[in-house]
Write a protein that binds this ligand. Sequence first.
Ligand SMILES: [Mg+2]
Length: 378
Amino acid sequence: MKIESVTAHACRLPPASPWEDATNKVAGLELIIVELKTDTGLIGTGLSYTVDIGGTVIKALIDDYLAALVTGMDPLNYERLWLKMNRQSRRLGLGVNSMAIAAIDIAVWDLIGKHYGQPLYRLLGGTRDSIPAYISEINLSSTDRIDDLVHRAKDYHAQGYHAVKIKIGKDDFEEDIERIIRVQEVFGRNKRVLVDLNQKWTAAEAIQKGARLDALHLGWIEEPLLYQDIQGHAALKRAIKTPLALGESLYSREQILAYLQADAVDFIQADVAFVGGITEWQKIAHMGQAFGRLMAPHFMMELSLHLLCGIPNGFMLENVIGGSLTELGLLAKPITIKDGIGSPSQAPGHGIEFNWEAIRQHALTSESIRGSFQGGSK
Ligand SMILES: [Mg+2]
């Protein structure tokens, strides 16, 4: 099998429900979708994404550089393709290149599945056929009242979810505590509620507040500190009992290894679109297993479903409200969570079928974004 052509599409659209956390207000989700056509007639699709910024850059890196590198290669040699793209683009640092590589790598794995007639999760080990999911809230806006949050929490619970993640990081910590307690009245205390700081606190601040959070028996505290602060996370982990979750702002196995070696993380949240795709994500998962850690990948619900069911150390699937490809209207066939459980498609490959008309309708180009972009970082 040989790759004959690489086509990249970019689109930008707002999340299906408003997203605001302690450090960001999101205006647009940018998706980069790649089609690999082969000489066998099989077509693989892959995707990557960014939050608000950089989608045109990722598409250009694929169109202008990576496409030429992989054309003519056999997608069954996924390591050969990944190494070639990684070596050629490593002078760009980490981030944009690993996000671009991810879109192609995911399409490569889709082709491998289609070639062998197997769903992706079985190629990755087939440890299980389903995985519990948690529902993930991104609404820390000043206009969102606690009663609104509780109302939504009751709805999620009625849908069958057993765990929920909420954003905290209000200027008044007592408000954070009240939000947690009120949601726990719906979901229960025993690790059913997870909290996410989106890197809001310093280590000293987090250690001071940690004792209050410990008393609430949370499932985890996510990204409490700046993503570069490995020592701070290690100090916090030593100081408190609640597990720490992070990884969505890390882009390689080496960056995650540094956290593991420093004993600075419990749950690893590597995002398949940020670390360079399935080839790299799988290595991170196996490395996590060697350190006795469980994987709880960030976002990308439709792919994370396969990843978590493939590997032996999968923990829980994240379903972000307003962020699934189905809610965004980008799929030809919906992929949803039922009764709080995610089950991967049995179709060969990843089973994600895009609605190309919707992707065209929301097309992102340099012309469409230049001059109109407004960032939402706080
Ligand atoms: Mg997060």
